[in-house]
Structure formats: structure tokens, C-alpha cells
Design a protein around this ligand. Structure first.
Ligand code: NAP
Ligand code: F7E
Length: 323
């Protein structure tokens, strides 16, 4: 049987790298879309670069997306590319709308015109729930986004459903709650905390400046979450799923756990800095993954405590190597 072909936009990101590993292990031909930069940053995929094929493209450029789909002829398309950092979405709201919102339509258009038989995955987000209407949040919970990023993701979510209903595309949307790993970008709060705690432990810095410690998030492990993406595209019919752990923790709890792993008392080092407080906050996220469990047979494997430990140990190792 011919090998299945998958095209991943955002392959250089956290999720792209884990998804590429998963698809390689399943025997896929994996194609990754990368955008041009003056210096290439392929750190997350350097260990698998000889097992994947990279094609150039940008979510703001329709013809490059058409070419990417044309040249790779994918059976599955995973649209993971986005301007994904919430604070940047206030500084660059129209860019965020272009990439994270309209970019989804451009990828869908390329699929519709060139490869309508391909199955499509959209990286939707729990940020769409924003000022939450239900606790916990499910596939039925109404959206109330609280950032330009959240608004753009709501657009991406509904355009995916619309292309499914208008053109009969096999298009799925995964509403993923926060998921982290040692490959998480350094600006996101979990990695900022584990990296900060590791630096303090090694005497490389003296303090860690953070914003709102009371926000609550449902944090899972990225390696578990990319399995749910793949499972969605293996079903008989396209559908949308919440992917979450069903547990919530405050940022403060994450800080306590991470500094605890490094053998430090966090209260001696953490400084609240108003620069990291957001214009509008998402106070509480907790997802109900019952539908994913029932229909996909998906369950998270890595616990909150294991995740924090994995990330602190990862940062300590990386910093010790670099020292
Ligand atoms: P990430 O690490 O920030 O990766 C984003 C990826 O998008 C990178 O590969 C980036 O490429 C690419 N990209 C950005 N702008 C682009 C453009 N104009 N054209 C083409 N590629 C572009 O994000 P992630 O954490 O892996 O998340 C993956 C997806 O899931 C994103 O859509 C995110 O919004 C969504 N999501 C994430 C979470 C989470 O907790 N991680 C939860 C729900 C949904 P460069 O390397 O060139 O910058
Ligand atoms: O913030 C608080 C901050 O930036 C989490 C993205 O992957 O998940 C992510 O979005 C919380 C917020 O993630 C700092 O106010 C406190 O309440 O790690 P974050 P996020 O905004 O939840 C969703 C699901 C996505 O889809 C997004 O793409 O932590 N917080 N102090 C801080 N946050 C940051 N970044 N930095 C701080 O110093």
C-alpha cells in the first residue's frame, strides 16, 4: 500500500515537531511547510530533518499555499501555523487576524481547489472560550474570546466548519487546551517559569518577573495532544473535539511546583511585573474531554506533576550543556 502523505503547516513550532515525529513513526511521508527567514530556526526539527521534506510557504500568501498542496499531494493537512502568542495579538492585531484567522481560509482554499479529498485539521484553541460561559468547557460551550488571538481563532474555527458544510470537505477542528513541553516557546508562562527556575538554580539569574499568578489553566503535554489531532482525521466522519485534561491549576501552583522541582522557595525569587498583565484576561480554563475519550479513545497520559518535572529537568539539562 502506498504511504500516506501528510502536510504540516507550522512544523517548526512546538506541536509541529511532535506531530511530525508521530506521523514518521506511523510510516507517513511527512511534508512540512516553512516560511522564509533571514536565519533558519529549525531547532525543534533538526533531529528529524533527514526524515521529512520541507516546502516553502506562508499563511499570508495564497499562491505559496497552492504550490505547497500541489507539490505534496497530501492525504492529510494539519494547519498548525499561527501567530500563537496572545500578548503579541494586541500589538499586532491585524497581522494576527491575517495569519491566524484568514490564513486558515487560505489553506482551506488550497485544499478545496487542488486536493479536496485530503482530510484537514484546524488547530482551534480554548482561548475561544475566553470569559467562560460554562465550567467545564465542552464542544457546546459558547465562545467569548478575550484577545485578538482568540477572535482570530474563532474565525478559523467557524470557517473550518463552514468549508465542511459548504464543500463537504473532511475538515475537523480540535479545540485544544494549553499544552506544554520542553519544546514550548520561552515566552509562554510554563516554559518561562521552568527556564527561570533552572537559571536561578544554576546561578545564572536572580529573579523571575511574571504577571497574573491567579489565572487558571488546564495544562497537558503536547506529545499527548498531537495524538488526538491524528485520531480526529482517522474517523469515519469529520467532527470537532475538545482536547484537555479536565484539571485546572493556577499559574502560582505551576510556579510552586517548578521551583519545588529545582529545590527552591519561589517566594524569594518571583517578582510581579505589571508589564506582563494583559488588557483582558482569560481567568479560568478547564476542559471536559469526555467526547474525545468516548469517540476517539483518547486520554492524556502525562500528569501535571510529571509535566512540570519534565520541563524543569529539560531546562536544567539544556542550560548545563550550554554552560
Ligand atoms: P508555535 O510553537 O508558536 O508554532 C507556530 C508555528 O506557526 C511556527 O512553526 C511558525 O513558524 C508558524 N508560523 C507563524 N506565522 C506563520 C506564517 N505567516 N506562515 C507560515 N507559518 C507561520 O505554536 P504551537 O504551540 O506549536 O501551536 C500550534 C498551533 O496550535 C497554533 O495554531 C496555535 O495557535 C494552536 N494552539 C496551541 C495551543 C498550545 O497550548 N500550544 C493550544 C491551542 C491551540 P516560525 O517557526 O517560522 O515562526
Ligand atoms: O499564558 C499568565 C497569563 O502565554 C498563560 C497559547 O499557546 O494557550 C496559550 O495561550 C497564563 C495567562 O498562554 C505571565 O496572563 C502570568 O493567564 O502561557 P500563556 P495562553 O495565553 O493561555 C492557548 C490555549 C493558545 O491557544 C495560545 O496559542 O499565564 N501569565 N505571567 C503570564 N503569561 C506569560 N506569557 N508571561 C508571563 O510573564
Amino acid at each position: 500500500m502506498a504511504k500516506k502523505r501528510a502536510l504540516i503547516t507550522g512544523i517548526t513550532g512546538q506541536d509541529g515537531s511532535y506531530l511530525a515525529e508521530l506521523l514518521i513513526s506511523k510510516g507517513y511521508d511527512v511534508y512540512g511547510m516553512v516560511r522564509r527567514a533571514s536565519v533558519e530556526r529549525f531547532d525543534r526539527i533538526s533531529h528529524i530533518q533527514d526524515k521529512i521534506t520541507l516546502v516553502q510557504g506562508d499563511l499570508t500568501d495564497q499562491s505559496s499555499l497552492d504550490s505547497a498542496v500541489q507539490s505534496t499531494r497530501p492525504d492529510e493537512v494539519y494547519n498548525l501555523a499561527a501567530q500563537s502568542f496572545v500578548p503579541t495579538s494586541w500589538n499586532q492585531p491585524t497581522l494576527t487576524g491575517e495569519v491566524t484567522g484568514l490564513g486558515t481560509t487560505r489553506v482551506l482554499e488550497a485544499v478545496r481547489k487542488i486536493r479536496p479529498e485530503a482530510r484537514f485539521y484546524q488547530a482551534s484553541s480554548s482561548e475561544m472560550f475566553g470569559k467562560v460561559r460554562d465550567v467545564p468547557q465542552t464542544e457546546q460551550t459558547p465562545f467569548y474570546p478575550r484577545s485578538p488571538y482568540g477572535v482570530a481563532k474563532v474565525y478559523g474555527h467557524y470557517i473550518t466548519i463552514n468549508y465542511r458544510e459548504s464543500y463537504n470537505l473532511f475538515a475537523c477542528s480540535g479545540i485544544l487546551f494549553n499544552h506544554e513541553s520542553p519544546r514550548r516557546g520561552l515566552e509562554f508562562v510554563t516554559r518561562k517559569i521552568t527556564n527561570g527556575a533552572a537559571k536561578i538554580k544554576l546561578g545564572l539569574t536572580k529573579e523571575l518577573r511574571l504577571g497574573n499568578l491567579d489565572a487558571k489553566r488546564d495544562w497537558g503535554y503536547a506529545g499527548d495532544y498531537v495524538e488526538a489531532m491524528w485520531l480526529m482525521l482517522q474517523q469515519d466522519a469529520p467532527d470537532d473535539f475538545v482536547v484537555a485534561t479536565g484539571e485546572t491549576h493556577t499559574v502560582k501552583e505551576f510556579v510552586e511546583a517548578a521551583f519545588g522541582c529545582a529545590g527552591l522557595d519561589w517566594e524569594k525569587y518571583v517578582v510581579i511585573d505589571p508589564r506582563f498583565i494583559r488588557p483582558a484576561e482569560v481567568e479560568l480554563l478547564i476542559g471536559d474531554p469526555a467526547k474525545a475519550k468516548k469517540k476517539l479513545g483518547w486520554e492524556p497520559r502525562v500528569s501535571f506533576t510529571e509535566l512540570v518535572k519534565m520541563m524543569v529537568e529539560g531546562d536544567l539539562k539544556e542550560l548545563e550543556k550550554g554552560a
